[in-house]
Design a protein. Structure first.
Lengths: 260, 159
């Protein structure tokens, strides 16, 4: 395209003393990354990486730059890199976020930006954690359509209002940002965690589903919804903006109202 | 030679790691992690009732405790009026007996249930859990029974 070339020509034509630097969008950012490699040491340690980067880039781009240009041993998960697959949830400046949805300019690039693995799950290497307990809790709430009787010959229809009832919880991408921000989950991994409850909520309030009672029974257990302390960490952490704590409270209310 | 062997047994030699590809360091597992062997639902409503009890008793306790504090510490001369005679006078009335009895039971059960959830949250080992809860339940039962006994058997002519 011609326009950007023209822009550049105009800017450099102004005669800046240090062409390519003074009006460069690049700034120097320090990334403080918590490294752990069981093949080298049993201790995790913080390592600083300095790089020049456009603050309008994302943290994931910075991690890529570090991995590709500085240290190829840096290990992290990412698949789609556009906030849909939920692979790159990590703790950035002490808050659980998706690295691919966090712009560097939004998290104060003038101080070192800390990046570490999400909490409450076994760190396997650098930013990679063992997600098995998380997905086990997800499996345990039976996140699939349960129906009785014969299969219909056409699709199961639903009114717009009925669909709206659980719309918020359909947005979950299973990135574990909520569950790994939950203090109850940190201390006791037996708790189902917000993500599993959100995905149970998605089916409990689906008018087409008939397994709601079973799921409520599962979440009525001692490790179920009653362990939620409504600290709202999960709602703050959710990169999809799901009102997680509200969903958990709705499951609690459903448990009480369906019994009385 | 023998010195080298013993130092390797004690810890890492400076600059040399104990761990390599075939012998990785242990990772830190989360406490009580969920596996496919985690027990399934127990099918009781205990936690539901516990949760409801906390909400309902909390509401009642706000009235009872604030009223109690107001009467005991603020109104009518404040804390200086409290003595054996004051307590004896109050407990002559079944209303205040009932007030104190309900407050004792609700506050103790409310607090005990709260501490139970704290223990559930923070105790990692099953044995620690078991003993902490045992201690909690013993203390709760003792306090509730002792308090109830005092309220019902209080003798104003004890002197």
């Amino acid at each position: 395209m011609a326009t950007p070339t023209l822009d550049k020509a105009e800017k450099s034509g102004k005669g800046a003393p240090e062409p390519g630097f003074a009006d460069s969008p690049y700034i120097k950012v320090t990334f403080r990354i918590r490294r752990f490699n069981p093949e080298v040491s049993e201790d995790a340690q913080w390592q600083d990486f300095e790089l020049e980067i456009d603050p309008k880039e994302r943290v994931l781009d910075a991690l890529h730059k570090i991995k590709w240009d500085q240290d190829g041993t840096l290990t992290f998960r990412r698949s789609c890199a556009h906030g849909i697959c939920g692979s790159d949830a990590m703790r950035i400046n002490g808050k659980n976020r998706l690295a691919c949805k966090t712009l560097i300019k939004d998290i104060n690039p003038h101080k070192p930006i800390t990046v570490e693995a999400i909490k409450g799950l076994t760190v396997l290497k650098d930013l990679i954690v063992d997600m098995d307990p998380f997905f086990q809790a997800y499996r345990d709430v039976m996140p699939f359509l349960i129906t009785k009787g014969n299969e219909p010959t056409r699709e199961r229809l639903q009114s717009a209002e009925d669909r709206e009832r659980f719309d918020d919880t359909t947005k979950c991408i299973l990135c574990a940002a909520c569950t790994s921000s939950c203090p109850v989950f940190w201390n006791d991994g037996q708790y189902f965690g917000p993500a599993a409850i959100v995905n149970a909520h998605r089916f409990i309030f689906d008018s087409r589903d008939e397994g709601g009672e079973q799921r409520l029974e599962i979440l009525n257990d001692k490790d179920g919804v009653w362990r939620c302390r409504t600290t709202f960490n999960c709602t703050d952490a959710c990169p999809r903006g799901i009102e997680v704590t509200k969903a958990i409270q709705e499951v609690k209310r459903a448990l009480i109202t369906r019994r009385y | 030679m023998s010195a080298e062997t013993s130092s390797a047994g004690v810890g890492p030699v400076e600059g040399v790691s104990l761990y390599d590809v075939d012998n990785p360091a242990p990772v830190i597992e989360p406490p009580r992690k969920r596996t496919s062997k985690t027990p399934r639902t127990t099918r009781t409503n205990f936690e539901l009732y516990g949760w409801l009890f906390m909400r309902l008793s909390g509401i009642v306790l706000v009235v009872l405790v604030l009223g109690h504090l107001l009467i005991q510490l603020v109104l009518d001369g404040g804390v200086s009026k409290i003595g054996f005679a004051f307590v004896a006078g109050r407990w002559a009335s079944p209303f205040w007996q009932a007030w104190d009895l309900i407050m004792l039971w609700l506050a103790m059960l409310h607090g005990a249930n709260g501490l139970r959830t704290v223990i559930n949250d923070y105790a990692e080992k099953p044995k620690t859990r078991f003993w902490l809860k045992n201690l909690l339940y013993t203390a709760t039962v003792f306090t509730v029974l002792l308090g109830t006994l005092v309220i019902f058997t209080f003798d104003p002519n004890i002197r």
